[in-house]
Design a protein around this ligand. Structure first.
Ligand SMILES: [Zn+2]
Length: 326
């Protein structure tokens, strides 16, 4: 796993290595689909290692299998993923079964992966059950749902599930600082990064909101600079949601203590803002819910959310200058 720089995933990897050395690596593996936490790279490394013809503690990177895998055309592996906005139908699972039962071309293992597995139709999940019940030898089936609770219990119970380990606060701080080249001390950012390290790093690298609370900036009347396109727009929304949480927390603190706290600088900024605009405190959670709903809409549909975001921002801004718009 040398190419992977997610140190907190190391213990999980070592667990797999030890299991494989004792011929104890399960053939039906459950791994969460959480690209925001490094699962994509982990999965790639795992598939390469299982296919490798001379695997050590990771894929050798040089054998024929490794080269085929790197080039993206290894004949003994198959990734099943839902098409945009669709479910995984039974025909895709049949395709997977053909792959599983055929003899491997490179006389090694066959590895099939189901991404976002909770999107399997019931018929697809039932078809998969058969393969899980009588797994052919020398193959691995890796099932990756966003949440295991959304899989059929009969499917879930046949998998050996490996939750992704989470980094400690210190680990994540060092990791973010090393990769972004900037000091990262905001506690709310660090705790978010424990859950979504990759997303937070991307945001830091893109410069969104690094030295500025984009929500407070909007209330000050500064241009919001909402990006036009998909992934950047989602990053912007994530940061905006984080700012709203910060605001809601500052509001709750002010209500409880009736004073300005000495916590993180940004939270103080919010507390000062809310002493000037106390009528906004109860609205922050409502706006948070709306922003979250917009995010969900964008994630599934590929819709451009700029208009939706701008509408929300203008409602917020109008409220801050006390013009009743809703
Ligand atoms: Zn190899």
């Amino acid at each position: 796993m040398a190419a992977l720089d997610y140190p907190w995933l190391g213990p999980l990897w070592r667990q797999w290595v030890a299991a494989r050395q004792q011929q104890g690596l399960p053939h039906a593996i459950g791994l969460p689909w959480q690209p925001e936490a490094g699962s994509k790279e982990l999965l790639d490394a795992l598939v390469a290692w299982l296919l490798c013809q001379q695997p050590g503690k990771s894929a050798c990177g040089q054998c024929k299998s490794c080269l085929l895998h790197k080039a993206g055309n290894h004949p003994d592996t198959l990734r099943v993923a839902p098409e945009e906005g669709k479910r995984i139908g039974v025909d895709r699972i049949r395709e997977l079964q053909d792959k599983v039962w055929q003899r491997s071309n490179q006389s090694g293992a066959t590895v099939v992966v189901i991404e976002k597995a909770e999107l399997m139709t019931e018929a697809a999940a039932n078809a998969l059950l058969k393969t899980l019940e009588e797994p052919p030898e020398h193959n691995y089936l890796i099932v990756c749902p966003e949440r295991f609770s959304r899989l059929l219990p009969t499917v879930r119970s046949r998998l050996t599930v490996y939750p992704l380990p989470r980094p400690s606060l210190t680990d994540i701080q060092h990791w973010l600082e090393r990769h972004s080249g900037q000091a990262v001390t905001d506690p709310s950012l660090l705790s978010e990064a424990q859950m979504q390290p990759v997303t937070v790093l991307e945001r830091l690298q893109s410069g969104i909101g690094v030295n500025n609370d984009i929500c407070l900036a909007m209330f000050r009347g500064e241009p919001a600079n909402v990006p036009d396109k998909g992934p950047e727009q989602l990053l912007w929304l994530d940061e905006f949601l984080r700012c709203l949480i910060r605001g809601a927390r500052a509001a709750a603190f002010a209500q409880a203590a009736g004073q300005v706290s000495t916590s993180a600088e940004a939270d103080q900024e919010w507390q000062i803002f809310l002493t000037t605009y106390p009528h906004l405190a109860t609205k922050l959670p409502i706006w948070y819910d709306r922003a979250l709903a917009i995010k969900r809409q964008l994630q599934g549909s590929g819709v451009n959310g700029k208009n939706l975001i701008q509408q929300l921002l203008s409602v917020m801004y109008m409220n801050s200058i006390q013009i009743e718009v809703e």
